[in-house]
Ligand binder design. Sequence first.
Ligand code: A2P
Length: 303
Amino acid sequence: MSSEIPALTLNNGVVLPAIGLGVFQSAPEETAAAVHAAIEAGYRHIDTAAAYGNEREVGEGIRRAGIDRAEMTVETKIWVSDYGYEQTLHAFDKSATKLGVDVIDLLLLHQPMPQHFERTIGAYKALETLLADGRVEAIGVSNFMPHHLAALLESTDVVPAVNQVELHPYFSQPEVQLADAEHQILTQAWSPIGGITFYPGWGEHRRNVLEDDTVTAIAQQLAKTPAQVLLRWHLQQGRSAIPKSTNPDRIQQNIDVLDFDLSAEQVSVLDSLETGRRGGPDPDAVDPSSWGLDVPEAGAASS
Ligand code: A2P
């Protein structure tokens, strides 16, 4: 089953399906098929990023599904190597061309660049221009901690519609959620089912949140899977979530989360799993511009 996914209204009135398909680490050759499968399953929202190298395949998957473009929410992110006002305007063109769209529904800055915050501001001002020009429907940020948000709000005009951050029961960032809520910014969870707690190559001795005894016990009580329990937890707390999968069965499973409720007690038990330890990079500790990742031009052979 996959009846209508709840819609969330952003602070500028744009409506966003609460669950979208994530494609972080989806290989380009698998991405179009995953997007196509997701649309067949009822998804109407796809989250990608220039840095993922698969925007072209996201666009292809949407076209392959034959769905009316107006029904889809396409979300992507500007990578840090394209920050600065003019560079970000050009980065929009690169992403839009690769996606094969004229208008991007939701465009985010992928990271703050604390070491070059003036370029972060320049990039955000370009998003404001794109919004004013009708090239994007809504703008936002990703991985912004409350102090980054405060600094951004001081120097810009449009309050971000979305802040996409690492968020699962082991790391739920209550202070970020609070700061977002204060400004009517929707908190969107990346790694909503805790992929970052079990992806290979992200550190040893991690606990997989999908195998957590508490999570699996709740899943058993409800006859649901651990991933479904975590997605329900996000929905019931009013967040957007973008679970990644390239597997058609799991893609389907991750949207079939509308026919059950977690009790208030189950929600608070999940809240209590907080460890205070992030799985992904600390936005203040890393300088992503040092990663050497440049986003190719739209005319280049690869994404
Ligand atoms: P796969 O693509 O093979 O399904 P997150 O979005 O939290 O980062 O999690 C993504 C990870 O979780 C990927 O490794 C994905 O693998 C896996 N995954 C996605 N959906 C499910 C599910 N319903 N049950 C278990 N694992 C899942």
